[in-house]
Design a protein around this ligand. Structure first.
Ligand SMILES: [Zn+2]
Length: 229
């Protein structure tokens, strides 16, 4: 049973703080009521606010904490406030995880899907150099989910090594295809860190559509998908 539109102006699920950002902003998470099996993370890239928007709109369907699903609506609040992909220190948090392939070279990204990959960001001075990644790794280790859904945009695909039943249902909801690789190296990424720590990580790259359309096209079916975990 979901909250009505009239009730969905606010979030009813109770939140806790798992750390603070470089600027001192609280890092919020919404814990599960029982053992966490799934953790859904949005807003690790501050230039992808649609991930936070959609996850917030979806979370507002629920009257209370879900039994097994926990949520992080915004893993990079400073980047979101500044509108930058990286955090306040200019670090791409999704290249700052302690993986065997972490690389100190600056990482390339692109300003739009049509742009060349020529925009440089730091992966940090070393793995886990950033407060936001330290806190994120620590809360993941505490919650020990078996699966993480990491939300990004706007590449319109579901990137994970295996096309599981969950992946097939996400393909249907978002009308986007599964890919076994994003097509370029992502040293120090959350996805790689999960693989190296025996955790499933599904990277959900939302398509390039307006926020309003996110609500209309996805929120209800995503809420059903989440509540059936
Ligand atoms: Zn991203």
């Amino acid at each position: 049973m979901f909250r009505t539109n009239a009730e969905r102006g606010t979030i009813a699920v109770k939140k806790e703080v798992y750390g603070v950002s470089e600027s001192g902003a609280p890092l919020y998470y919404f814990p599960s009521a029982k053992k966490c099996s799934h953790l859904i993370i949005a807003g690790i890239h501050g230039e992808e606010p649609e991930t936070t928007f959609l996850l917030s709109r979806t979370l507002r369907f629920f009257y209370d904490s879900l039994d097994h699903v926990a949520f992080i609506l915004c893993a990079n609040p400073d980047g979101m406030a500044l509108g930058t992909r990286g955090n306040q220190r200019g670090v791409d948090l999704n290249r700052n995880f302690p993986t065997s392939n972490w690389n100190k070279e600056d990482v390339y990204s692109r300003l739009t899907l049509e742009s060349p990959r020529e925009t440089l960001l730091s992966p940090g001075n070393e793995p886990l150099s950033e407060k936001e990644t330290i806190a994120l790794v620590s809360i993941i280790k505490e919650l020990q989910p078996s699966s993480i859904l990491s939300m990004h945009s706007p590449m319109a695909c579901i990137d994970t090594p295996f096309r599981t039943k969950d992946v097939v249902s996400l393909e249907k909801i978002f009308q986007i295809p599964w890919v076994s690789s994003i097509g370029y190296e992502t040293p120090g990424s959350l996805g790689t860190w999960c693989i190296e720590n025996n955790m499933e990580c599904i990277t959900l790259e939302l398509p390039r559509i307006a926020l309003e359309a996110m609500e209309t096209n996805y929120a209800v079916s995503f809420a059903h998908w989440i509540s059936s975990r």
